[in-house]
Design a protein around this ligand. Structure first.
Ligand code: 6PG
Length: 463
């Protein structure tokens, strides 16, 4: 029996779609799924659906699966992030040989990836922590892929990963080696943080408009934005979501307003907080989901709070300019966080290349992302661009009108507010942090620096 060039473990939604993508690209493939009561059908269903396909062999015994692969073996894990990844790795280690390659394609925490790298390296096994974005459709037709870890391993698996990846505007694969260690999973986590804020921003624009406009009207407005410099995958799907009907009712109006999450948004915020970075928008987007999740409590409290609400019409251009403003701030914050961790960990992440990999296949693909590619060739922070600062300054008036509107309408808009507050802070030469320092010194002798002395010289006063 001839051996397969690639192996895939886990035939859940993403694993199955990636397997089909790999087969469509003519790579021979061994697939494995564990034979538990709940999951046994995944393998049988997959093999049945692909019985005409002579490039695929299915296994429910790990040992046989491993031995069906040509050396060095290349095995993509598509199992739920967390302990399941460790248990599959533990099972694999017994059968793998030196130089074989494990690729984790799930949304793993980058610190877990670093522990796994250390563990498998003791056995001479190479490891890639590989961010994959694009959901089910992306996995099937071409996702955006962010591999990190062993560069040598990447060179071995790049023919497969680059074939299955989405292609950018110049037909280059949206797949690029991000950096060593956990860099690939880290970048995917921040992708999701940016994604959370982008989603919440669209939800806030919808919230503002739904006071006075129908779903169809809002959809038309989003559609016109989507034909401009604001176009994005998320805006495009929102146009369709707003129009979707079930019978004569809009499906969106039937969906309960309780947002769930699988954790990567909070990881991106935790990473940011732990590293002194102010990614306020993704963090507020996580909090917005958490507040939404308290549905029963919200309903109960809302019955007790009576207030005057002043709903006027708001000009569409004010919302549009505000949305444009907030998206730029969100991307500035997300990329600044990537840059910070890259510098701290010596990952040498190329921000321009990350933007390029994110121009197709992934959830946050957009025309703004296209414009960031040349920009990050010249600079490491969006706010180092005079043009960007001018653009944001010009939008200030619209953003103030938008915020005035949401305050009067008592309409929650945490992420737009957060964008504006961040902008006010980062553009303020003077902040009241002198008072914070004085308070810290007063109660805890924490010392302070003085404006009439050199930086790094600390003083204490007996207040
Ligand atoms: C992607 C998505 C994908 C997924 C996450 C988000 O890039 O394809 O980010 O990874 O949608 O699971 O999950 P939550 O919204 O449930 O946290």
């Amino acid at each position: 029996m001839s051996k397969s060039s690639f192996g895939l473990i886990g035939l859940g939604v993403m694993g199955k779609s990636l397997a089909l993508n790999i087969l469509r690209n003519n790579f021979s493939l061994s697939v494995y799924n564990r034979n538990t009561d709940q999951e046994a059908h995944l393998l049988t269903d997959f093999m049945k659906e692909n019985e005409h396909q002579d490039l695929v062999i299915g296994f429910s015994e790990l040992k046989d699966f491993v031995h069906s692969l040509e050396s060095p073996r290349k095995i993509l894990l598509m199992v739920s992030a967390g302990p399941a990844v460790d248990s599959v790795i533990d099972g694999l280690i017994t059968y793998l040989d030196k130089d074989d390659i494990i690729i984790d394609g799930g949304n793993s925490h980058y610190l877990d990836t670093e522990k796994r790298i250390a563990k498998v390296e003791e056995h001479g096994i190479q490891y890639l922590g590989c961010g994959i974005s694009g959901g089910e459709e992306g996995a099937l037709k071409g996702p955006s892929i962010m591999p990190g870890g062993s560069k040598k391993a990447y060179q071995n698996v790049s023919p497969v990963l680059e074939s299955i990846a989405a292609k950018d505007a110049s037909e280059k694969p949206c797949c690029s080696f991000v950096g060593p260690g956990g860099a690939g999973n880290f970048v995917k986590t921040i992708h999701n943080g940016i994604e959370y804020a982008e989603m919440q921003l669209i939800a806030e624009c919808y919230e503002v408009m739904r006071h006075t406009k129908s779903n169809e009207e809002i959809s038309d407005i989003f559609e016109s934005w989507n034909k401009s410099d604001l176009s994005s995958y998320l805006l495009g799907i929102t146009v369709q979501i707003l129009r979707k009907k079930e019978g004569d009712q809009y499906l969106l109006d039937l969906i309960l307003d309780r947002a769930a999450n699988k954790g990567t948004g909070s990881w991106s915020s935790q990473i940011s907080l732990g590293n002194g970075m102010a990614t306020t928008m993704m963090t507020d987007a996580v909090f917005a989901r958490y507040i939404s999740a308290q549905k029963d409590r919200r309903v109960a409290i809302s019955r007790q709070v009576k207030r005057d609400v002043n709903i006027q019409d708001i000009e569409e251009s004010i919302i549009e300019d505000t949305y444009r403003f907030a998206r730029i701030v969100n991307h500035q914050q997300g990329f600044a966080l990537i840059n910070e961790l890259s510098n701290k960990n010596g990952w040498d992440i190329d921000l321009s290349e990350i933007a390029r990999v994110w121009t197709n296949g992934c959830i946050i693909r957009s025309s703004l992302m296209e414009r960031l590619i040349p920009l990050f060739r010249e600079q490491q922070d969006l706010f180092d661009s005079k043009h960007t600062l001018e653009q944001l300054t010009q939008a200030e008036e619209a953003v103030s009108l938008y915020l005035k509107y949401v305050i009067e309408a008592k309409s929650p808009s945490p992420v737009v507010s957060s964008a504006y507050q961040y902008w006010l802070g980062i553009t303020a030469g003077n902040l009241p942090a002198n008072l914070l320092q004085a308070q810290r010194d007063f109660f805890g002798a924490h010392t302070y620096e003085r404006t009439d002395s050199k930086r790094g010289v600390f003083f204490h006063t007996n207040w």
